[in-house]
Ligand binder design. Sequence first.
Ligand SMILES: [Zn+2]
Ligand SMILES: [Zn+2]
Length: 198
Amino acid sequence: MLENLSKLHIVRIGSDITYSSLKEIGNQIVESFRGIIEEFELSHHDTPVVDSIDAQLITMILFEEVGGHTLGITDADLKTTDEDEFYNSIFGGKNPNNNVAVVSTKKLGPKKIISEKDYDLFIDRTLKVSLHEVGHNLGLTDHPSYRVTRDGSLCPMSRGEFNKFGFKGYVTVIIDGRGLIFCDECAYFLNQVYGYIN
Ligand SMILES: [Zn+2]
Ligand SMILES: [Zn+2]
């Protein structure tokens, strides 16, 4: 499990994020998992334009095509048949059989991205959902949203109840509330497994 996790492949699927923003996201992921993820590589995956895509299917395709430690970022809606999920549409997911995770940007933006501020918020949310999914690739698990880190923000691995917040509330309360550093328990796990220093 330890091998190959130090290099992350970030694959853009669709075109709603610029390459330079993807670079920012990659740099921040490296910073948040410093010493564990050492580098990232960006690539683009061409798919027909679709409204929605099955999360399991896209992770399998990326595993075949890219393999290794991979994060796909798609502008399509992500569908799941996982019965644990309250909705059948998700922000992100990880394939339990490999190290491929995928994030959907579909519901992360303000309705219309008009100003630079809107776009920045959109990128910030995409980064936070990405950090969460990459955390799963590294073995971290979801935990309740009340666990706060030393800077007062929510741990990237925090998760709230969809049925309490609804999609929109979930984005503004949980995702926007997350920061970029891990809570003590997540940091402890990363330290024990990878020698991560908080
Ligand atoms: Zn999760
Ligand atoms: Zn945590």
